[in-house]
Design a protein around this ligand. Sequence first.
Ligand code: GRF
Length: 201
Amino acid sequence: MHNLGVLLSGRGSNFLAIADAIDAGKIPDARIAVVISNLADAPGLEAARQRGLNAVAIEARGRKRAEHDHEVVAALRSHEVELICLAGYMRLLSPGFVQAFSGRILNIHPSLLPAFPGLDAQMQAFEYGVQVTGCTVHFVDEQLDHGAIILQRSVPVLSGDDPHAVAARILEQEHVAYAEAIARVLSGKYEIVGRRYLPKK
Ligand code: GRF
């Protein structure tokens, strides 16, 4: 059984999509061992509790990043987490955290990276005037929104769209992409070659 750890700071729709995908058998041999939030009042944490999952708040406010991350790493280890899924976790990970779980941390970003890294990616893309955008599931390294890409899904930007419509269209694809990416990683059938994530020969 693969133990997943989910880190979130907000509503947790990607977390719920992952949980639903597991229940539907789309991510074989996996369970969510723990959901951790840096914010005690994150709606996603409450949603995790309601599903009967281990849900832990580790507040970051007023603490040094390394010290907070150390506690998060300890909680992940105590739940024997193999793969960490960042799902709207609005904090940068310290190098110590990334190294502790090297190659075992995934993130989802709401643009087709390397375009529009950072905050408000959907709005950045809309304002730039792109006609295609999407989402990216990637490995986490020490640079923001930078690690090797696991998979991407694209969506059109239509002439009648406002930024909200674009974000909603992307989010729908995020929910599909994250589960697919986790299944791909856990399958053990892929490897990173340079920056590319390819089926093993
Ligand atoms: C998503 O748009 C994700 O791509 C970004 O943060 C948002 C989290 O949304 N990293 P949710 O909390 O999963 O609903």
